[in-house]
Design a binder for this molecule. Structure first.
Ligand code: ZN
Length: 375
């Protein structure tokens, strides 16, 4: 059993510069000491460092990858968008969309980030690796075909999916997005297609605004093949697992994908600055275990996790380590110092019953047989 770990130091060199994220500085808003941008390389670098410190990295097949090629990118993004991005990157960086600042060479780093996701997917589909983790940065799940958003400049997972479909290595792909924000980019790109099932678990009405409603189910040939599970703010470990059991796993069982790809953000963590949820590293590990078991039952274990958000420097490394323990089946464990705190902050049973009821209601509105109909 081989678990791939795809990363590249240069992905940590992507920079958003001094960009004010939430508060426009001026008037009564003093400039922030941090510069104000929560998306920093430290969360990802510290995950890689923790894997080194515990030795778990020694049990993974560690590799970089070539950047996604022009052909790869053009399967998803229009030429004029890529051209604008390339020119601005060569001119020192700037801002192409909404909350997507980048510095000099940002285009090449984004293409490399997408390349890590693509090669991870191809390595698993080719049987060179059992499953894989791509430590992509910048992330990708908010980026639509022509509009970069929310730190995402290229649609990493969509690029990897199209490369796999284009090469005839897969016919049906399921994308499970447990980043705390709605996976609007992946949703939009595959909204009218049944060959890619997109499922997003996210905090209700977080980011993007007015996005990710449970009634948005796809259109045309893709009608029914988009599943949104907006979770109430404050939901924690039990609600996430309930949503997996009642919605995600039955959807995968019915759809029978050739590969499962996870948009793996850790920003549902109870200490993340960009969400109001209460997941812990145990939550991420358990969700990883669930998708791993379903992938083993349905598609030879073919499973790729692509790193998305997660903004707690303290917690992301432990969440990521816990997930990689599961993927690799390693006995090397990193004790998460935040577990006790987050266990103690979980919602009461009364609140969990409310959350379960909301999830059951959403599950009841989904026609799971629809997924099998096109198989
Ligand atoms: Zn996110």
């Amino acid at each position: 059993m081989t678990t791939g770990f795809w990363w590249d130091e240069r992905c940590f060199w992507h920079t958003g510069g001094n960009y004010t994220f939430l508060l426009p500085v001026g008037g009564l808003v003093q400039p922030l000491a941090s510069g104000g941008l929560p998306e920093s390389p430290e969360t990802k670098r510290r995950l890689k460092n923790l894997l080194e410190a515990t030795g778990l990295i020694g049990e993974l097949a560690v590799s970089s990858a070539p950047p996604a090629s022009d052909d790869d990118l053009l399967r998803v993004h229009p030429a004029d968008y890529l051209e604008r991005f390339r020119e601005m990157s060569a001119a020192g960086g700037g801002e192409l969309g909404e909350r997507t600042p980048f510095g000099p060479g940002g285009y090449d780093i984004a293409a490399l980030s997408a390349g890590l996701a693509k090669e991870a997917v191809l390595a698993v589909l080719d049987g060179r690796q059992t499953n894989a983790y791509a430590l992509s940065r910048p992330p990708g799940h908010h980026c639509t075909r022509d509009t970069p958003m929310g730190f995402c400049l290229l649609a990493n997972i969509a690029i990897a999916v199209e490369a796999a479909l284009g090469a005839g290595k897969a016919k049906r792909v399921a994308v499970v997005d447990w980043d705390v924000h709605h996976g609007n980019g992946t949703e939009a790109i595959f909204y009218d297609r049944p060959d890619v099932l997109t499922i997003s678990l996210h905090q209700d009405r977080n980011y993007p605004l007015n996005s990710g409603g449970a009634d948005d189910r796809g259109e045309g040939g893709g009608e029914g093949f988009n599943v949104n599970v907006p979770l109430a703010p404050g939901a924690g470990h039990e609600a996430y697992l309930h949503a997996m059991e009642r919605i995600v796993l039955p959807a995968l069982d019915a759809y029978r994908p050739d590969i499962v790809i996870v948009a793996c953000g850790y920003d549902a963590s109870g200490v993340d600055p960009l969400s109001r949820m209460l997941a812990s590293s145990k939550t991420f590990a358990r969700m990883a275990q669930m998708v791993k078991e379903r992938a083993e039952a349905l598609c030879g274990g073919r499973l790729v996790l692509v790193h998305e958000g997660g903004y707690s420097e303290a917690h992301v490394p432990f969440c990521g380590h816990a997930v990689l323990e599961v993927l690799s089946g390693s006995a090397i464990h990193a004790e998460d110092p935040l577990t006790r705190r987050l266990d103690g902050q979980q919602p009461s049973e009364r609140l969990n019953a409310v959350y379960r009821g909301m999830i059951d209601e959403m599950a009841g509105a989904i026609d799971f047989r629809r997924f099998a109909a096109d198989a």
